[in-house]
Design a binder for this molecule. Structure first.
Ligand code: SF4
Length: 538
């Protein structure tokens, strides 16, 4: 424990980095965190946040945390693991207050260790003399961040120049320290945000919490999502909520009010909800295309559009662009299922469940050692032989990144007696890495990049994966399904056009361990936690 933060190192985290890659990461881009915040003085805000995080679990499974404020003090609890592993009745009972923020993490800057769990609470105490008496004054601020900065090195230097000590290896802590430094000057959060946020280059949606307010902010041009809603009656709400996705509003019975616009800050405090611009001028929102393709839960809505409906439409258009002569349509569950249903609807070929997902293979229970390595994809998917044997199959997936899992799934189908596999990927090929908070793998790992010849002939990649044919959805087809113009999305990993400028030098320098040059990993981890006394005091 120290007076500039609330980080203690304990003893009980599993070394997640030892788990075989193929089991841990599969063949999908990995999301980079879910965020939730609620201001509701008459509610159990820790429990509401717990359920909000539960709904956002798909966005990050490495750690979870909740920070509460009661107008005077703040307390934060975070730990490695899934939301329902991190929190129990006792902890939720201790986290009392009238506002809370929460975070589920997938690491994109900094190792998957407890010290990097969020929300990150920064507290600094200094002695004051008030009417001749010495008093201790504590300034507290917590940050929960989704995204990735592209000027991390410059900001780290700024911290060093200001004498700010970094105790973690995430870009999120840099933002928290710099915001706290500015905030502690006058305790004016609005001014601190207006001063600091224009200096943060990259993708970020985050909550910034003090003892008496929560401010949710979104980057320009709005690559990472953030929505706002209310509890109770629209005319007289019981509280206000912000979250990465609308599904986190639904789970606590909140209603969607609006999507936070890029460059805006939404303030939740005793006066209700208000907004201000931290950056002048309007910019076209460029939400990450992969939110629509894969990341967001199908029951979420962005910009008024149903994710589920969009994914089905992608499948329909895929069937139009690359039809196949086959007996059944099978999806790679669960994320490929809406696309497969759309493909079936448009093609007239019946959709059938052919691969059964083992939904309860949690990371916690995966033995990282050699014994389970050989099981690979079978741990996640089991083929239904009686459905598949002798069939010509269209296998539909939402996306592929490295191709490793796709090859194994196709082999599973072959082993189950499938006679032909026509692989249809209902999104465009991932050709470039992401620098905005999504772990899409390095350029050399992107399998489509290795086989890209600038056209639509993917026969060499089909052969590598063991498929009889392979086709991707075109960018035009995807835009048609989204109902958005090209300039209304980030498409960088698909078309190489990065909406936040990033130099080739920075591209080379940026990686998950930019703040860990020696890639030193903590193996004995603990929990980010205020002391029991402080928790109880709330
Ligand atoms: Fe999303 Fe790709 Fe843009 Fe990254 S590069 S934000 S994954 S669309």
């Amino acid at each position: 424990m120290n007076n500039t933060g609330k980080i203690t190192i304990g003893k009980h985290m599993m070394p997640l980095t030892d788990i075989p890659n193929e089991i841990m990461r599969g063949d999908k881009p990995e999301e980079a965190c879910g965020i939730f915040g609620v201001y509701a003085p008459h509610s159990d805000v820790a429990r509401l946040t717990y359920f909000g995080l539960f709904a956002l679990q798909h966005r990050g499974q490495e750690s979870a945390g909740i920070c509460v404020s009661n107008g005077d003090q703040m307390a934060c609890y975070a730990k490695m693991g899934l939301v329902n592993q991190v929190f129990n009745e006792q902890i939720l009972g201790i986290l009392r207050g009238y506002m809370a923020t929460g975070h589920t993490r997938y690491s994109t800057t900094g190792s998957s260790v407890l010290a990097n769990a969020q929300p990150i609470l920064v507290e600094e105490s200094r002695d004051l003399s008030v009417m001749g008496k010495r008093r201790k004054k504590t300034t507290s601020l917590a940050v929960a961040h989704n995204g990735n900065l592209v000027n991390t090195g410059d900001l780290r230097k700024q911290c060093t120049d200001l004498g700010l000590t970094l105790t973690t290896t995430s870009d999120s802590e840099i933002m928290a320290r710099l915001l706290h430094h500015e905030y502690s000057k006058h305790e004016n959060l609005t001014e601190a945000i207006k001063t600091m946020l224009p200096q943060f280059k990259g993708a970020f949606a985050m909550t910034i919490q003090t003892p008496n307010e929560i401010v949710a902010v979104r980057d320009v041009p709005g690559i990472r999502p953030m929505v706002a809603g209310y509890l109770g009656d629209n005319n007289d709400p019981d509280g206000w909520v912000v979250a990465s996705e609308t599904c986190a509003l639904d789970i606590i019975g909140a209603s969607h009010a609006f999507d936070v616009t890029p460059g805006s800050a939404v303030v939740l405090n005793e006066t209700g909800i208000s907004q201000f611009r931290w950056r002048n001028g309007e910019e076209t929102e460029k939400l990450c295309a992969f939110e629509y393709i894969y990341f967001a839960r199908p029951d979420s809505y962005f910009r008024g559009k149903s994710i589920h409906a969009i994914r089905q439409r992608m499948g329909e258009i895929m069937a139009r662009e690359a039809p196949a002569d086959a007996d059944i349509i099978v999806s790679v569950p669960d994320s490929g299922t809406p696309h497969a249903i759309g493909f079936a609807r448009a093609s007239g070929i019946p959709y059938t469940e052919g691969l059964i997902k083992n939904r309860y293979v949690g990371r916690t229970f995966i033995d990282p050692r050699e014994r389970l390595r050989a099981l690979g994809v079978r741990m996640k998917l089991n083929p239904l032989e009686e459905v598949l044997r002798g069939q010509r199959v269209v296998l539909v997936d939402d996306s592929i990144v490295r191709g490793t899992t796709s090859k194994k799934i196709i082999q599973l189908l072959r082993d189950a007696g499938v006679t032909e596999v026509h692989f249809r990927v209902a999104s465009p090929p991932v050709l470039n890495p992401c620098f905005y908070g999504i772990d899409t793998a390095n350029q050399e790992e992107l399998i489509a990049s290795q086989y890209n010849n600038g056209g639509n002939d993917w026969s060499a990649l089909a052969e590598r994966l063991g498929a009889d044919s392979l086709a991707y959805l075109s960018i035009e087809g995807m835009l048609e399904a989204f109902g958005h113009a090209e300039n209304e999305l980030c498409l960088a990993c698909l078309n190489g056009s990065y909406p936040i400028p990033i130099s080739s030098q920075t591209k080379l320098a940026l990686n998950k361990y930019i703040l860990e040059p020696d890639k030193e990993r903590e193996s004995g981890n603990g929990e980010v936690l205020t002391s029991d006394e402080e928790l109880s005091a709330l």
